[in-house]
Design a protein around this ligand. Structure first.
Ligand code: PGA
Length: 250
């Protein structure tokens, strides 16, 4: 695993944005899977700006959804779809045919999962996956204790996810389950970037990157990924003994 510790959130976001744009420069048909959440928000804004300024065309890319809140309609400003539409798909002019997101309102969520597994297989695999990490160590909605053998699945959300998840919604929202890519798909992505920022993530980052790997800390999977890169800021690295690896961080 490569570990890059950046001085602050802005610098971290700039470097993550660069990694996104570079992926598409070298492969204009890249298959991209982007987490939602507060952490990657600025990186996506900067990536879209950079792509527009440098005329890097994302319209041949395919986008795969990482996760969604079950039962939350897509127009809800807290939905993962709403986030990606606004920060990624609209600025980068992505056609709906190139976007594969979970329909978390579907009456047949298992079918949604199989559809997603097939969509990924048909693309030939995810080239770049960007994930955040929850306070409980989740990646996407792979909650503590989840089997690393799963592909897309529906899961009961853990209490920490249920309470922190409220921050994405404009009012109190009933949340119960998530639909998510599985850790198998996280591991099969050709490149995996895990982002974390802020002192509130320091403890979970220390556990994920330094404690023995186990199912209760899904984010630990970054260490078993052959092209895993943890990009974090100094605040999130506050409890780490590990040092930043090359390339040198700023
Ligand atoms: P955050 O969410 O980026 O809003 O902290 C991370 C996550 O729960 O995956």
């Amino acid at each position: 695993m490569q570990l890059n510790i950046f001085k602050d959130y802005q610098t971290l976001s700039l470097h993550a944005a660069e990694a996104i744009v570079e992926t598409v420069k070298s492969k204009p048909t890249a298959v991209l899977c982007f987490a939602t959440g507060d952490t990657p928000r600025l990186a996506y804004e900067l990536a879209a700006k950079k792509a527009i300024n440098e005329k890097v065309d994302f319209t041949l890319c395919t986008f795969i959804g990482l996760d969604e809140w079950v039962g939350i309609p897509e127009q809800n400003t807290g939905s993962c779809r709403f986030f990606l539409e606004n920060l990624v798909f609209q600025p980068l002019l992505i056609e709906p045919a190139r976007i594969h997101l979970f329909d978390a309102m579907s009456a047949d969520l298992d079918r949604e999962c199989r559809k997603m597994d097939e969509a990924i297989a048909e693309t030939g695999g995810i080239d770049l996956m960007i994930v955040g990490v929850g306070l409980n160590g989740h990646i996407g909605f792979n909650e503590p204790g989840v089997s690393p053998e799963l592909y897309a699945h529906v899961i009961n959300l853990d209490n920490i996810t249920l309470s922190t998840g409220q921050k994405y919604f404009s009012g109190a929202t009933a949340l119960k389950q998530g639909i998510t890519l599985g850790l198998k798909q996280v591991l099969q992505s050709k490149k995996l970037i895990l982002m974390a920022s802020g002192t509130k993530k320091a403890k979970v980052i220390q556990k994920a990157l330094e404690e023995p790997i186990n199912n209760d800390m899904p984010a630990g999977i970054i260490r078993t990924h052959p092209q895993g890169q943890a990009m974090i800021d100094e605040d999130a690295a506050a409890l780490l003994h590990l040092q930043s690896t090359a390339p040198a961080s700023e």
